[in-house]
Design a protein around this ligand. Structure first.
Ligand code: GDP
Length: 295
C-alpha cells in the first residue's frame, strides 16, 4: 500500500542496527530519516515534527532491556505513535434510533455514492438492520440514477424525488418513508461539487439541522493527500461531522491523508474504502493500519 513509506521507515530503523544502545547520534539520524519519510508521504511538516519529537523523547527516556534491541524498541515506539496519530482505538459507529440517520457529505467524485452503497450493503447484512438509501442530489439526475443502480445491485431500496428541488424536504420525506416501511437506518447521499462551495455547504448544513443525524460522515479521496486534509478542515468547520471515510486507499501510494486527518480535524476515521466492489467495507482500525505501514 504505502510502499515507499514502509521502505523508508525500515531504512530509518537500520541506523540502529548493531547498536548496543540508543545514543544522541544514532537517535538523531533515525529520527531525521523518519521525519523525512513522513514528509515525503505527504504528511504536513508540523505533524511530522511533533511525531518525531515524541518518538525521540520516548526512545531517549526508555531503558533498553536485554531482550530487545534498540532497533526493535524504535519499531515499537513508532508503531505506538502511529496508532495514536490515527486515533488510537477504533471509533464507534452510532446506529441507535428508529430510524437512525447517516448523512454522507463530500466533494463530487470523492466516492460518496459508492460508499453509501457499501455502507447500506454492510448494514443490510447485520442483524436487525434494514437500511434505506436516499438520493438527495438535486442537481444531477445522473447521481440519482447511479444510486438506483447501486441499490438494485445490493438489494436495498432507494428513495428519491426527481421533481423536488429541496434537499431538506427530500430528507424529511425519506425519514417518513423509512418509518412507514420499517426501515431503521436512513443513509442520505448529499450533493457534492467539484470544489468547496458555500451553497453546497449551506445545503448540507440545512439537511443536518432538519434531520439531526446520528452520524455525519465526511467522504474524501485519500489519493489527494494534503488537499484531502484541507477539504476535511473546511467541511468540519461548517458541519462538525462525526467521522471520516477515506476512499480509494487502493490507489493511494503515499499515506499522507490517512496519517494527518485525525490530527488536523480531531475526528476519527471510521471507514476506509479500497475498491469499487460493493461487498467490501472496511472499518478503520488504527492498529492494523500502523502494522501495515510498518510492513
Ligand atoms: P461521488 O461523486 O462522491 O458520489 O463519487 P462516486 O461514488 O461516484 O465515485 C467516483 C469514482 O470513484 C467512481 O468511478 C467510483 O467507482 C470510484 N471509486 C469510489 N470508491 C473507490 C475506491 O475505494 N477505490 C477505487 N479505486 N475507486 C473508487
Amino acid at each position: 500500500m504505502f510502499n515507499n513509506l514502509t521502505e523508508r521507515l525500515e531504512s530509518a530503523f537500520k541506523n540502529l542496527k548493531g547498536e548496543a544502545r540508543i545514543n544522541d547520534l544514532n537517535i538523531a539520524n533515525t529520527v531525521k530519516d523518519i521525519r523525512r519519510a513522513l514528509i515525503d508521504a505527504d504528511v504536513n511538516y508540523k505533524i511530522a515534527k511533533e511525531f518525531t519529537d515524541r518518538v525521540k523523547d520516548k526512545a531517549v527516556g526508555s531503558k533498553v532491556i536485554n531482550a530487545i534491541s534498540p532497533g526493535q524498541l524504535m519499531v515499537k515506539i513508532v508503531k505506538d505513535e502511529l496508532v495514536e496519530l490515527m486515533g488510537g482505538e477504533e471509533a464507534e459507529f452510532n446506529t441507535t434510533g428508529n430510524p437512525a440517520v447517516v448523512l454522507i457529505a463530500g466533494l463530487q467524485g470523492s466516492g460518496k455514492t459508492t460508499f453509501s452503497g457499501k455502507l447500506a450493503s454492510y448494514l443490510k447484512n447485520q442483524k436487525g438492520k434494514s437500511p434505506l438509501l436516499v438520493a438527495a442530489d438535486i442537481y444531477r439526475p445522473a447521481a440519482i440514477d447511479q444510486l438506483m443502480v447501486l441499490g438494485e445491485q445490493i438489494g436495498v431500496d432507494v428513495y428519491s424525488e426527481r421533481e423536488n428541488k429541496d434537499a431538506v424536504s427530500i430528507a424529511q420525506n425519506a425519514i417518513k418513508e423509512a418509518k412507514s416501511k420499517n426501515k431503521n437506518i436512513v443513509i442520505i447521499d448529499t450533493a457534492g461539487r467539484l470544489a468547496i462551495d458555500e451553497a453546497m455547504m449551506a445545503e448540507v448544513a440545512n439537511v443536518k439541522e432538519a434531520v439531526k443525524p446520528n452520524e455525519i460522515l465526511f467522504v474524501v479521496d485519500s489519493m489527494t493527500g494534503q488537499d484531502a486534509v484541507n477539504t476535511a478542515k473546511a467541511f468540519n468547520e461548517r458541519l462538525d461531522f462525526t467521522g471520516v471515510v477515506l476512499t480509494k486507499l487502493d490507489g493511494d501510494t503515499r499515506g499522507g491523508a490517512a496519517l494527518s486527518i485525525k490530527y488536523t480535524v480531531q475526528k476519527p476515521i471510521k471507514f476506509v474504502s479500497s475498491g469499487e466492489k460493493l461487498d467490501t467495507l472496511d472499518v478503520f482500525y488504527p492498529e492494523r493500519m500502523a502494522q501495515r505501514i510498518l510492513g
